[in-house]
Design a protein around this ligand. Structure first.
Ligand code: FES
Length: 103
């Protein structure tokens, strides 16, 4: 998966050292911190959260507050979720497309 930018705009600002967690997004291992949203962790890793259905361009979420659905993704049980509103958990396996979408 191509990275969006080698210098991510997202970086932690909270003090302390929250427990690290790891999860996979489209098969890529991502490191995060307890309390991060999935989208924040993906953007901090310099990854896109999906691709445009129109031209295949990388997507990075739009509103970051649960309104636009641009960060829609699926967990390994096929549940649809919003990456900007969902806290990351250790060992999660997520996809930018539903499991039944082979396009
Ligand atoms: S970025 Fe808009 S709903 Fe998540």
């Amino acid at each position: 998966m191509p990275k969006i930018d080698p210098t991510p705009l997202f970086h932690p600002i909270s003090p302390g050292t929250p427990r690290p967690v790891r999860f996979a997004f489209d098969g890529v291992g991502v490191s995060a911190r307890t309390g991060d949203t999935i989208l924040a962790a993906i953007l901090a890793a310099g990854l896109p959260c999906g691709t445009s259905e129109f031209d295949g361009a990388a997507r990075a979420g739009f509103c970051l507050m649960g309104s636009c659905q641009d960060c829609t993704m699926w967990d390994e049980r096929g549940r649809r979720l919003r990456g900007c509103m969902t806290e990351v958990t250790d060992g999660q396996r997520l996809r930018s497309r539903p499991y039944d979408d082979e396009t």
